[in-house]
Design a protein around this ligand. Sequence first.
Ligand SMILES: Nc1ncnc2c1ncn2[C@@H]1O[C@H](COP(=O)(O)OP(=O)(O)O)[C@@H](O)[C@H]1O
Ligand SMILES: [Mg+2]
Length: 260
Amino acid sequence: MVDGSVTRGRVKPVAAGSMLYLDGVTVSFDGFKALDNLSLVLAPGELRCIIGPNGAGKTTMMDVVTGRTKPDKGEVLFDGGVDLLPLDEAAIAELGIGRKFQAPTVFEALSVFENLELALRNDRSVFATLAAVLSTEQRERIEEVLQIIDLLDVRFNEGATLSHGQKQWLEIGMLLVQDQKLMLVDEPAAGMTTGERERTVELLTSIAGERTVAVVEHDMEFVRALASKVSVLHEGRLLAEGSIDTVQSNEEVIEVYLGR
Ligand SMILES: Nc1ncnc2c1ncn2[C@@H]1O[C@H](COP(=O)(O)OP(=O)(O)O)[C@@H](O)[C@H]1O
Ligand SMILES: [Mg+2]
C-alpha cells in the first residue's frame, strides 16, 4: 500500500507494496555502464541474495540505494514509493536503510556493548555518547540484539578480542539496534569458518521477515544455505532471478560463472 503520510519524495503507485524498487537504473563512469538498465524489486521482509562475477555492478547497486552514487537514469523507490534520488546519504540512512561493508568497522578499544550503544545513539562523538545514561528501553534493545547476534556472553569484552565472525555479527547488530527497514550486507561470510558461516545463515534468516535484507555474496554454498531468492547481475544487468537451483541451471549464468 502507498503510505499517504510519506512527505519526502514522490509516491509511486507502481512500487506500492515493495520495500525497494529499482527500475531502468543506469550508472555510467566515463561512458562505461557499471549499471545498465537494472531493475530489481524487493518485497518487505524478504531475504535476497545478489550474486554476480567481479565487476557485475553489485557494489554500484548498493551505492545507488544508499545515495553514494546518483544514476544517470532510472527510478529508485523505497518503502512503497519514497523517491530516494533527491536524497543525500544521511537522509537515506535516516529513512531506515543501513549498510554493512565487507571490512568490519567495529571500535576495537570499546566493548561489544559500547559498540552497540554508539550505533544506537548514532552519534560519532564517542565520549559524549558513552557518558550519557541509557534509558531502560535502550538497554533492553541492546540486550535483545546481543542475544540475536549471539554475543551476550562477551558483551563486556573489547572489540579487538572478537573473532572475525563475531566482528561481522557485531556489525549486523549495529544495524539491528538502529532498527533499519532495509539492510544491505556485503559479503558477510567472507573469511569465516564453517561454523561461523552456519551461524550467519541462521542470523540472516532470523533477521529477515521483520526487515528486508539484501545480501551480496560470492560463496555458492552460503547462498544455497540461505535458501532465498537469488538475483544474478552481470555487466550491470539482471541476468537471471529465482531459486538457487533455477539460476544455477540457467545457461547464461553457467557461461558467466564457468565459461571463462
Ligand atoms: N567510481 C568508479 N569509476 C569508474 N569505474 C567504476 C567506479 N565504480 C565502479 N566502476 C566500475 O563499474 C563496474 C562495476 O563495479 P562494481 O559495482 O564494484 O562491481 P561488483 O561489486 O559487482 O564487483 C566495474 O567494471 C568497475 O570497475
Ligand atoms: Mg563489489
